[in-house]
Structure formats: structure tokens, C-alpha cells
Design a protein around this ligand. Structure first.
Ligand code: ATP
Ligand code: ZN
Ligand code: ZN
Length: 812
């Protein structure tokens, strides 16, 4: 029997299946999807069994047997295995990279080595130099751990011993997907026996007596303790408990426990709401698709506050009633605790939550619940699209326009594409929901590729908020130099009087805080990247957001020696200070990377705001979505146009989407809402159409511009990124690739380049790129694979790296 294995070595030369002999003892248990450890060259690596075959086409005497099975039950289902091949082909990634992406991080293999003194050596023969390394046993279990603490000299001595084969090295493959274990202490004897034990314990063993007395006085309450709780309650040490165990008075055993990140939280069960007419009209075709088991992709465009979530909940309810399962994707879920709560309240403990704020172990446990069929709804960020369900009945992608659904590292997949592929397999509907659908999706819906569902009104016909656009140039002309317009100040003071709440949104993308010399204009740059350093107030430093390089703030300009070198730009802290100058009494809850770094702080701040403990919620991107608080009646947007000028053809679309989302936080319930948008470009259509809440008008104008520029959705794009430490290498390789593509691809396809990337150097690596624009290009995948093959050995030997991004979202 032969296992066809993809090994965990992500380079071109190994990106294919390798054959391994299955030893007889594994023949019964081995199935595709299981992980195995296999010998690979001099090493041992982990691998994924993709298929089982009777024979190999290779010389069987040269095929090595696999070493061991890592799993009993395959973590990857048959469907996911097939999907992995599809993802690899469509993103031009290594197969193993895709397989690993599908599993929680805790299941990724770790490689280590065990060191042992050669058996043939007697104790007297062990060289003195290495004796101190092996104080008790003849083995060092983990090279990694040992070498971390060892000095350079120690390591040299050890290496020599290894070379002389005095010390042997055994490669190890480990996974850390062990469940969390707890030590449980059980009382093994009666109260009488405990009393007897005290008598026979010598009085100097004070601690033992203390612990025995503790057990006696609590005998009626409990007979089982977790070790940690016992140590704390009885105030004794581990050794003390161990000595009682040696006397067989207690037992200590390990028990696996599942971590529940929502432990201690209670969720009140919520019932389905009677639907509004528009909601019902949207839901009906989805229910049909569920019942008839025909796969369809729906695009649900519903204005902010139209009750999209309730539609999702009721669709899922039907899916569960049919005994099937649901995946719900939300952007960066940790950022919308309100959303999680709504799912937990409706479906209770049948919901698993997968998001980035969980620890590795917590994520593994949630994943395991899905794999074992203990839950049937998974709510999570992008990677939850790979939730290992086997009876999928629906996939929902909320805020489908969000660019975070595209992974920006290999494999560069888009969750929307993966969702549709899985939906086809399970004959299940996909719902893409948004108030501001991506241009790609809406264009597809208009062409009938997706089924369009529309909800134009808010629940209970609540009015859309009144939006005023404030021209900040006018403000300046009339003498207002502050960062708040007159209307905004008036609006806020109004809310303070009425005890209503305000959300202040600072659009910071494409807008960073930096240091500049006011005399000569000097801006400190990173030494390793061609980009200015960002000012961090908390530790008074300058940091590079690309490589992490950090330096102190200069007090004198290194260029002109002037001392007017200052902080520039508008951070949330700066806004807070300025706001306090205008309203000294105002209670501000600030939400940004600094105040939300600690786990749970995000949720806590939102809860406080919901309880009315703040007049203003001030924040960046993270407050734009999902907030649903009835008392918010004013939304202020500072610097609405700050990302309009990024070198990205989607900047208009992103501006419109973001402004619509933020505006949507105002007046969602009984009280009417108002929005004040401050801008320097009030006439730009992506700002004007926010005022009229007119998605369709925006769509038409933006489509016109895309058509003219030859951008998606009219054309597909591929960007090829080339980087290297050698500038001449980057330039010549990018040039050759560009020419090759121009020669190979069809005449209707355009190839642009080579050009330097927008950030021409990151971490001392020079960056160039070329771009392909095409409508239909059957030769695309093959040609790109050919490029990868051509540079295979050059990328292995030198610092050259080539990345292909199909349908890119990051134009930098
Ligand atoms: N049929 C209904 N009857 C009464 N209230 C409803 C109904 N449907 C939804 N709601 C309530 O209306 C509010 C807005 O709904 P929801 O948050 O689902 O809107 P949304 O379309 O997802 O908005 P956004 O895109 O702005 O996040 C919520 O408080 C929700 O509980
Ligand atoms: Zn200067
Ligand atoms: Zn840098």
C-alpha cells in the first residue's frame, strides 16, 4: 500500500506528491486527510496524505516507509482536500501552504531535535567538556529549548561533539494541538483515615498536616479539586500534595478540558422577530434555495439598519431544522462583539466562534467542536470559511465588500470565491450581504450571475440620517482653524444637552502621524524601507510600520539643526485633547489600537458606551461597523477624504463604503439621526452620494470610471511582485518576466511594467512589479506557472522572491 503525501516543505521543488510505503500496522487506519510524519532527506517532516494507492509508479525498492501517523481521525475532510487543490491552482500557491491554512495554527508542525550521548560510550568515556550538558540523563529532549539558554561557546562545544558523533541527533516533529489539560486531585480515603494519617505524620511536616486538616474540615463539601484551586485554597505547595499521593491518600490525574472563551457569560435566548415586508421578500427565495437544495449566490443589498442580520438568523434557523450546518463570516469579528452576542442568543451553545483575539488553544478547541459535530454554526473572520463541517447548508458573508476577506499572504485566496466553491459542492445557498456591495459583486448581480435581493428601508421605516457635508476650506476662510467645524461643535453641544450620544470617526487609513521639521520640511524615514516613520505617543518613539524598526524622537532636526521638529497629523489622542478644550466636561470613550490592545478591552469599552457612560465614542476604522446603539443620534466624520488620494483604483469605492457604514450608526431606532461629514473635497461623487444615500448613483459613476481606466470589474488583474536585496537583479528579472508575458499572452491582454512598487523598498529589499489586465486569458495559469518554474533555482539560491497576486486588493 502506498500513501501519496504532500510534505511540509514549501518550495517549488517539493510542491508535488511523494510516495511512501504504508507499514502493515497502519494499513487499517490510514485514510486521506490524515497527517503523517515521514523521512525526507536527512530529516523527518510532517505531511498530509492526499490519496492511497495500491502501487507506485516509482521503483518500489527506493520508496521509504512512512514513520508514523499523527492523527487517528483525519482533520481534513474529503471535500476540504479537494478544495485545497482548487485553492492552490487558483492562487498559484504551494499545496502544503493551503493545507496548513485550513487548519488552526495550533496544529501546525513544529520541528525540533533530541540529543543523546552515543550508547556505546561508557560513563567514563564521555568527554568532560560535554558532561555538564547532560547532568542527569543521557538525553536532551529539546535542542530548541536547550540552545535558547546556552552560550555561544556551549553551542560550539556541542556542535563539535555532534560532528565527532559523540552526541547523536534525532529529528523530531511535534504538534501542539494537545487539548488543555487540568490536574485533578481526588481524595481516596475516608475522614477517619485522614485523621489517622495526621497522627502518623511527624509534626515537623507542618504543611502535610495543614493539608490533611484542610481535607477534613472540607470533607463534606468536596472530594475532588483542580490542583491549582487546591494549592490556593489550602495554601500549600505541589510537593505537599505529591507526598500525600505517595501515601495513597489522594490521586492526581490529568483530564482534558475544553476551553470556552465565553465562559461565565450568559446569553438570554432570543426568539425570531416577526419580519418586515422587505425582509420577508428577501428571505423567501433564500428559503426556497435551502429547501430545494439548489446552490445559488444571493447578493443582499440592504441599507444600514434594514435588518439584514435578522434575515441571516432566520435563514440559518431553517438550515439547522434540516439538520445542516451554517458558516457566518464577519469582518474581524473581535471588533463586533454585538454580532457574536446576537448569534449566541439565538442559537446558544451550538455556536462556535473563531476569531483572531482567541488564543491558539481556544481557537483549536472551537475548531475541534466543529470537526466533532458538537456545534452547527460557526461565526468567524476570514479563515472560518474553512470550518470543517460535512453537512453545510448555508454560508453567509456579512459586509461582503470588506477587503479583509482577501488574504494578503500566501495562499492569497478570497473568502467569497471559496464560499461559492463550497456552496456548489453542498448544493447550498451563499448570501453576500452589505449596504454597500463591492462593485464586482453588484455588477455580477446585475448580470444575473448572483440573485439580487434588495432592502431599501430601515426596520420600522426609521428615516435614514440627515447628512451634511462641511467644506473645511470654507471653515478656514471664515477663520475657524480648529479641527471641528461650527456645525459639528453645535451638534455635539446639542447632544450633550439632550443627553444623547455622539460617534466621532477619524479616518486614519492613508493618514499617519509623523514628525516633520517646520523649518526645512525634513521627515524622518526608515533606514530599511522607503517610507516615513510613524510617531507613537505612548512610548515617545518613531516606528516603521513595515519592518518594526524603532528609534527615538530627534529633538533637533538632523538636516538643518532647527529645534522646531514636531509631531504632525491627527491621531485620536490629539482629537481627544482638542475636544476637551472645547467641552471640558465631556466624557470621551476612545477606541484605537492603544486602548484596545488588551484582550476584552474592546468589548468593555463598547459596553460602557452602551450603558451611557460616555457622551462621545471616538475612534478609527474599528467603530465603523456593526454598532447598534439606540441613543446615538450624531455621527461626525473628521477628514472624510483622507484616503481618497491613495494610489489605488478602489479608493473612491472604499471612501463611499466607509462613510456610508459610519453614517449608518446614527438614528437607527426611535430618535432621528444626523451626520456631519468634514472634507476638503466636498464635490467628489463618492462623498456627495453618501449625502443622498444613493448607492445606485455611486455604482453607475464608479463603473464609468472603471470602464475608462480598464479596471475590475471590466478587467481582471494580476500583479507580479518581485523583490530582492539586489536592485539590479530585481530590475532585470522584472523586465524579463514582463517581456515573457507580453510574448506569451494573447493580444487582447495587456501587460504593464516593469515599475518600482509604491513603496520601493521594505526591510532592505527592493520591490518592483508588473501588472496583467485581461478579460479572457486561457493561457494565464500555465504561463504564470512557467514563470515560477523558470526562476525556481534563482529564488532558492539568492534573495530573489516572486509573488503572484491574482485579483489583488492591495495595490501598494
Ligand atoms: N423584523 C424586525 N422587527 C423589529 N426589529 C427588527 C426587525 N429586524 C431587525 N430589527 C432590529 O433592527 C435593528 C437593525 O437591524 P440590523 O442590525 O440587523 O441591521 P443591518 O441591516 O444588519 O444593519 P447594518 O448594515 O447597519 O449593520 C436591530 O436592532 C434589530 O434587532
Ligand atoms: Zn530642519
Ligand atoms: Zn522599516
Amino acid at each position: 500500500m502506498i500513501a501519496k503525501v504532500i510534505v511540509d516543505v514549501a518550495v517549488n521543488q517539493t510542491d508535488r506528491m511523494f510516495d511512501y510505503l504504508v507499514p502493515p500496522e497502519f494499513e487499517q487506519t490510514i485514510v486521506p486527510g490524515i497527517r503523517v510524519n515521514v523521512p525526507f532527506g536527512p530529516r523527518k517532516v510532517q505531511g498530509f496524505v492526499i490519496a492511497i494507492a495500491e502501487d507506485s509508479e516509482y521503483d518500489s525498492s527506493k520508496i521509504k516507509p512512512l514513520a508514523e501517523l499523527v492523527d487517528l481521525k483525519p482533520p481534513l475532510t474529503e471535500e476540504l482536500l479537494a478544495l485545497s487543490t482548487w485553492v492552490k491552482d487558483n492562487t498559484l500557491s504551494f499545496h502544503v501552504t493551503v493545507l496548513k491554512t485550513m487548519l488552526p495554527a495550533a496544529m501546525r508542525a513544529k520541528y525540533d531535535k533530541r540529543l543523546s550521548i552515543h550508547e556505546s560510550l561508557d560513563e567514563g568515556e564521555v568527554p568532560e567538556s560535554i558532561q555538564p550538558f547532560f547532568p542527569e540523563t543521557n538525553e536532551i529532549e529539546s535542542w530548541e529549548k536547550w540552545s535558547k539558554d546556552a552560550s555561544e561557546l556551549d553551542k560550539k562545544v556541542m556542535m563539535t561533539a555532534i560532528k565527532e558523533e559523540v552526541v547523536l541527533v534525532t529529528p523530531l516533529v511535534k504538534t501542539s494541538d494537545s487539548v488543555k489539560k487540568q490536574q485533578i486531585v481526588n481524595l481516596m480515603v475516608s475522614k477517619k483515615d485522614l485523621e489517622k494519617a495526621i497522627e502518623s505524620t511527624p509534626s515537623r511536616a507542618i504543611k502535610q498536616v495543614k493539608l490533611l486538616e484542610f481535607f477534613i474540615s472540607h470533607f463534606e463539601d468536596e472530594s475532588e479539586y483542580t490542583l491549582t484551586a487546591l494549592l490556593e485554597k489550602a495554601d500549600v505547595s505541589r510537593d505537599t500534595v505529591q507526598s500525600l499521593r505517595k501515601k495513597n491518600l489522594v490521586s492526581i490525574e490529568e483530564k482534558a478540558i475544553a476551553r470556552d472563551p465565553y465562559e461565565g457569560r450568559t446569553f438570554v435566548k432570543s426568539e425570531p422577530l416577526p419580519l418586515m415586508e422587505e425582509q420577508q421578500t428577501a428571505l423567501d427565495p433564500i428559503l426556497d434555495s435551502i429547501h430545494q437544495e439548489n446552490h445559488q449566490t444571493f447578493l443582499l443589498r440592504g441599507v444600514t439598519g434594514s435588518g439584514k442580520t435578522e434575515v441571516y438568523l432566520q435563514a440559518i434557523d431553517q438550515v439547522l431544522k434540516k439538520g445542516k450546518e451554517a458558516i457566518v463570516l464577519v469582518p474581524e469579528i473581535s471588533l463586533t462583539p454585538q454580532m457574536v452576542t446576537r448569534f449566541k442568543e439565538r442559537f446558544g451553545s451550538r455556536v462556535a466562534v473563531l476569531h483572531s483575539a482567541l488564543s491558539k488553544g481556544e481557537k483549536y478547541d472551537e475548531w475541534q467542536k466543529i470537526r466533532e459535530g458538537k456545534v452547527d454554526v460557526a461565526v468567524g473572520a476570514r479563515s472560518a470559511i474553512f470550518a470543517p463541517f460535512e453537512k453545510l447548508g448555508i454560508i453567509i458573508i456579512d459586509e461582503e465588500h470588506e477587503t479583509s476577506y482577501k488574504q494578503e499572504e500566501s495562499p492569497r485566496y478570497h473568502a467569497r470565491q471559496v464560499a461559492i466553491k463550497r456552496g456548489e459542492y453542498y448544493k447550498a445557498p451563499i448570501i453576500l450581504g452589505s449596504a454597500t456591495p463591492s462593485l464586482e459583486s453588484y455588477a455580477r448581480a446585475k448580470k444575473g450571475v448572483y440573485t439580487l435581493l434588495t432592502m431599501e428601508n430601515r426596520v420600522n421605516h426609521v428615516k435614514m440620517p440627515e447628512v451634511s457635508i462641511i467644506d473645511m476650506r470654507e471653515e478656514l476662510r471664515s477663520g475657524n482653524r480648529s479641527m471641528f467645524s461650527e456645525s459639528l461643535v453645535k451638534g455635539i453641544s446639542d447632544r450633550l444637552e439632550k443627553r444623547e450620544q455622539t460617534v466621532l470617526f477619524l479616518n486614519r487609513r492613508g493618514y499617519s502621524s509623523f514628525i516633520m521639521c517646520r523649518d526645512c520640511g525634513y521627515v524622518p524615514q526608515c533606514d530599511h524601507c522607503d517610507i516615513s516613520l510613524t510617531y507613537h505617543r505612548t512610548n515617545q518613539s518613531l516606528q516603521c510600520h513595515y519592518c518594526g524598526h524603532s528609534e527615538t524622537i530627534p529633538s533637533i532636526c538632523p538636516e538643518c539643526q532647527s529645534d522646531s521638529i514636531r509631531f504632525f497629523g491627527t491621531g485620536t489622542q490629539k482629537v481627544e485633547e482638542e475636544l476637551l478644550k472645547v467641552f471640558p466636561e465631556i466624557r470621551i470613550i476612545r477606541m484605537d489600537v492603544d486602548t484596545t490592545r488588551r484582550k476584552g478591552s474592546h468589548e468593555k469599552l463598547l459596553r460602557q458606551f452602551g450603558e451611557g457612560k460616555g457622551d462621545v465614542l471616538l475612534g478609527t476604522q474599528m467603530i465603523a461597523k456593526g454598532l447598534d446603539f439606540p441613543n446615538i443620534t450624531l455621527v461626525g466624520v473628521l477628514a472624510a477624504d483622507s484616503m481618497l488620494h491613495l494610489p489605488d483604483f478602489r479608493s473612491g469605492e472604499r471612501t463611499f463604503q466607509l462613510l456610508t457604514q459610519v453614517s449608518g450608526r446614527a438614528g437607527r431606532h426611535l430618535k432621528p439621526g444626523e451626520v456631519v461629514v468634514q472634507t476638503y473635497t466636498p464635490d467628489h461623487y463618492s462623498i456627495e452620494d453618501v449625502k443622498s444615500h444613493n448607492y445606485l448613483s455611486f455604482f453607475e459613476k464608479e463603473m464609468g470610471i472603471r470602464k475608462q481606466g480598464g479596471y475590475p470589474p471590466y478587467y481582471f488583474l494580476v500583479i507580479i511582485h518581485v523583490s530582492s536585496e539586489q536592485l539590479d537583479q530585481v530590475v532585470s528579472v522584472t523586465e524579463k518576466i514582463t517581456h515573457f508575458l507580453q510574448r506569451e499572452l494573447s493580444d487582447q491582454t495587456f501587460v504593464y511594467g516593469p515599475v518600482a512598487s509604491t513603496i520601493p523598498r521594505i526591510k532592505d529589499r527592493y520591490r518592483y512589479q508588473c501588472m496583467i489586465k485581461y478579460k479572457v486569458e486561457p493561457k494565464l495559469t500555465n504561463t504564470l506557472q512557467e514563470v515560477i518554474k523558470t526562476y525556481q533555482s534563482e529564488t532558492t539560491r539568492s534573495s530573489l522572491a516572486i509573488h503572484m497576486d491574482m485579483n489583488p486588493y492591495m495595490m501598494l
